[in-house]
Design a binder for this molecule. Structure first.
Ligand SMILES: Cc1ncc(C[n+]2csc(CCOP(=O)(O)OP(=O)(O)O)c2C)c(N)n1
Ligand SMILES: [Mg+2]
Length: 804
């Protein structure tokens, strides 16, 4: 048996859980009410979406956290159930009253559970619906990966659990994840669907549960439908009960919701109208007061502790399991069931009557045990023994030593993508700590992003071994890919969302499994945008990984207009938690990759450093924008200074002379054009400088931080780019060039007030050879020279040809 828990709580335990359920609902409701009506300086913005949505999950979450969960289990809580989560943590002594009072306020408990911003041990952030759900699935796969490699076996295996809104299942990424989970042999994953039949705007379609059931079963999940609570089940056993069940089963969602809202008298009227002429049923209905009837008719399993305890405790297998739990949105609150209740808030009068009903004296709203019928000491004893709170849940893992130099044979002409493949191939050769912990993944572009040689060496991961049939049949192939539990490459289907959520899960392994992984994901650069929300999500959770995107820009030329990426350098610049690099040469890439291995492992709190004004000690994820364009490499020795400058974001490939008139600043694959342009204008512009930008992102971040520091009184703060451009005469013009949006480098002119002309790609879609496309989009050598002529006026540049 995998994880059976207590399916049969004593009457006393049940009574305590009932009290806690009430308290959780109260605290969550009061938190929301307080944020809306009582907190000082409330700015008039009302809290939307939490109240009714939270109530929907109060019973399920009470059952889970106070009874079913164990410390090793991890949960993604539906975004709008955040107040319930915080209330539970408050009762467990892991959340402060202050943070509840400041819910949604500055440094208060977060609107949506946040792994990085909340103080009460949130396992997975949620907010953008669908992503947290898939995160649990990929976290299960990562747990399996870690254990299959023989790590962390001293810890118990956890269940990865998502509390899912029924409308949340509209999100396509969930289905992409289910398919991938099926391929990878998913285990230990529970999705609990809060089937309240309401979304934000609407009541959901009839019979949706049947689609869910069929769908999950098709992918090998166990499906458990929890529809009726104990009261209803008992009533069904009475004479006439079967007729009542039929009526409920056929009742449209809209009508059911409306009757929930209207209450006992309305239920009675409707039931008597529709099935009341059938003796037994009439007696069944008449035997109950309005209040009892309403309680009976809303006794869905999702609000029935014994049914939930039994269902969760009964699971005796590791297969993925989906619980469809019938609930009522706003259960226990005045707007239960109303279709407009999504942003529903209690009025002060309604809050008063809830307070009275809960037996809570004014001024004692935050007291943990106020108004409960069981003595405080007994409740405290119970809370002290809650299994979930018994162990430490957040782990850490030691840093893995990173070699200062990554060996690679640099050929005279080489692309950064080939360089990347060669670097990993070299790493894969040896037995060293970093190589053991690297795990690569790619959405069906393993070979085309050059991970093939690495995979040949380290193999594909699967829990069950599977030999490469081509190999056993002796059919020659470049790739010998056996699956085994020791493999280090996770072969994904094409869905990019899955890549990013997997990276998010791999990149949190140190905290979740206590075992550090060095995740590297590869994909085509334009498809970052396909998974962008998931990438943002991974960064928001502070997951640590290296993203290698190639090919990029229009440089992929004949590969086609649809695959060209323009905006990704700006994503690299703007995405928080992601340090973006675009090296031109393979020796730069080797330096950056070594830095990245270390950077993704850092987690110290740090002020910005005086050296470059970057917050390097805090670490983060890394994005490498690479290219397939073969480029003539520079033969040079890598000095410590050059190494540092590459990591900081730029260096002078050709320092500007004292009479410099023009600086060409380039990033990435356009380096041959930049060098050529400098040569073409050498006779007519003096002392031309050539600035190699390896990370526009880090340059820009350092510059901004240094400015802020100066504004706060640190007058000597100077960022890397400010130092680099300090000696460039003020009349000098800068031409920047990148195979990406020109705004990536256009800001360089603002550093010291130089006139700048930013070249790049603003439109896309044309196919052709690299020279044709560079000419077409205006990033070839001639375009650079023409831009220089206008940015730094002087005598005509004789090699300048007329622009097309
Ligand atoms: C990607 C994304 N789109 C839209 C939203 C806004 N939003 C928040 S909850 C929600 C739907 C809620 O329905 P359901 O999942 O059934 O939860 P319930 O409110 O019933 O608890 C929407 C559209 C969001 N948070 N994320
Ligand atoms: Mg819903």
């Amino acid at each position: 048996m995998a994880h059976g828990t207590n399916t049969n709580p004593s009457a006393r335990e049940l009574a305590i859980l009932r009290e806690l359920e009430k308290k959780v609902l109260w605290l969550a409701s009061w938190t929301i009410h307080h944020a809306n009506h009582l907190r000082e300086n409330v700015d008039g913005v009302k809290v939307g979406g939490h109240q009714a949505s939270s109530a929907s999950l109060a019973t399920i979450m009470t059952t889970l956290y106070f009874d079913v969960l164990r410390p090793q289990d991890r949960v993604a809580v539906k975004p709008h159930a955040s107040p319930i989560y915080h209330a539970i943590q408050y009762l467990l002594g892991r959340q402060s009253r202050q943070k509840l009072e400041d819910f949604r306020g500055y440094k208060g408990a977060q609107s949506y559970p946040s792994r990085s911003k909340d103080a009460d041990d949130v396992d997975f952030s949620t907010g953008s619906v669908g992503l947290g759900v898939a995160q649990t699935l990929f976290s299960s796969l990562v747990q399996d990966y870690v254990r299959a490699h023989g790590w962390g076996l001293q810890r118990s295996e956890g269940r990865m659990i998502a509390l899912v809104g029924d409308a949340e299942l509209d999100e396509g990424n969930i289905f992409e994840a289910i398919l991938e989970g099926w391929k990878q042999g998913l285990r230990n994953c529970w999705w609990i669907i809060d089937y309240n039949r309401q979304s934000l705007d609407a009541v959901i379609r009839e019979g949706l549960w049947a689609r869910f059931e069929a769908l999950f079963q098709a992918f090998g999940w166990d499906v458990v439908i929890l529809k009726y609570g104990a009261l209803l089940q008992q009533a069904f056993r009475e004479p006439g009960g079967e007729r009542l069940r039929q009526w409920i089963d056929n009742c449209p969602n809209q009508l059911y919701s409306a009757l929930v809202f209207q209450g006992g008298a309305a239920w009675r009227r409707r039931l008597l109208d529709e099935i009341g002429d059938q003796g037994d049923v009439t007696r069944l209905i008449e035997a109950r007061s309005d209040e009892e009837l309403a309680r009976l008719m809303t006794n869905l399993a999702g609000h029935d502790l014994p049914s939930l305890i039994e269902a969760f405790g009964k699971v005796d297998h590791e297969r993925p399991i989906c619980f469809i739990c019938y609930t009522i949105k706003g259960f226990g609150l005045p707007f239960a069931g109303h279709k407009d209740n999504h942003a529903g808030l209690m009025t002060p009068a309604q809050a008063e009557s809830l307070r009275a009903a809960m037996n809570i004296r004014p001024g004692h709203e935050w007291d943990k045990f106020e108004g409960l019928e069981i003595a405080r000491t007994e409740l405290e004893q119970f809370l002290d023994r809650v299994p979930f709170a018994a162990g430490s849940r957040r782990h850490d893992a030691a840093r893995i030593e990173v070699p200062a130099d990554l060996p690679v044979t640099i050929q005279s002409v080489m692309s950064t993508q080939t360089g990347f493949g060669a670097l990993l191939n070299e790493l894969g050769r040896g037995k060293n700590a970093i190589a053991e912990r690297i795990v690569t993944a790619s959405p069906d572009v393993t070979v085309s992003t050059n991970l093939g040689p690495w995979v040949n060496r380290r193999g594909l991961f699967a829990r069950e071994s599977l030999a490469d049939t081509f190999k056993s049949e002796r059919i020659p192939s470049t790739f010998a890919w056996d699956f085994s539990p020791k493999g280090q490459h996770i072969e994904l289907g094409i869905a990019e969302m899955n890549l990013f959520i997997l990276l998010s899960a791999l990149g949190l392994s140190h905290a979740i499994n206590g075992e550090r992984l060095i995740p590297i994901g590869t994909l085509y650069d334009p498809f970052i945008q396909r998974g962008l929300d998931a990438l943002n999500y991974a960064c928001y959770q502070d997951a640590r990984f290296i993203l290698v995107a190639t090919p990029s820009g229009i440089t992929l030329a004949p590969e086609g207009g649809a695959h060209q990426s323009i905006a990704t350098p700006l994503i690299g610049l703007a995405q928080d938690g992601l340090a973006a690099f675009e090296p031109a040469f393979v020796d730069e890439l080797a330096v950056i990759l070594a830095f990245a291995f270390d950077y993704i492992q850092r987690d110290a709190e740090a002020e910005a450093s005086e050296r470059n004004w970057l917050r390097d000690e805090t670490g983060g994820a890394v994005y490498l924008r690479l290219s397939t364009r073969p480029i003539e490499q520079i033969k040079r020795t890598m000095t410590p200074e050059l190494r540092q400058a590459i990591v900081d974001g730029a260096y002078w490939q050709r320092p500007p002379g004292p009479n410099c008139q023009v600086v060409v600043a380039y990033a990435g694959a356009v380096v041959p054009e930049a060098i050529q342009a400098v040569g073409l204008m050498a006779e007519d512009r003096r002392d031309v400088g050539l600035l190699a930008v390896t990370s526009a992102d880090r340059l820009n971040a350092g510059w901004t931080a240094a400015q802020r520091a100066r504004e706060r009184g640190l007058v000597h703060a100077r960022s890397h780019i400010e130092k680099l451009l300090a000696d460039v005469p003020s009349h000098c013009g800068i031409v920047s060039v990148i195979d990406g949006h020109p705004a990536t480098l256009a800001w360089l002119g603002a550093v010291h007030g130089h006139r700048v002309r930013a070249l790049g790609v603003e439109h896309f879609g044309q196919t052709g050879s690299i020279p044709e496309l560079y000419r077409h989009y205006g990033i070839d050598a001639n375009a650079i020279v023409a831009a220089a002529a206008s940015a730094a006026p002087g005598r005509p540049i004789r090699h300048l040809k007329a622009l097309p």
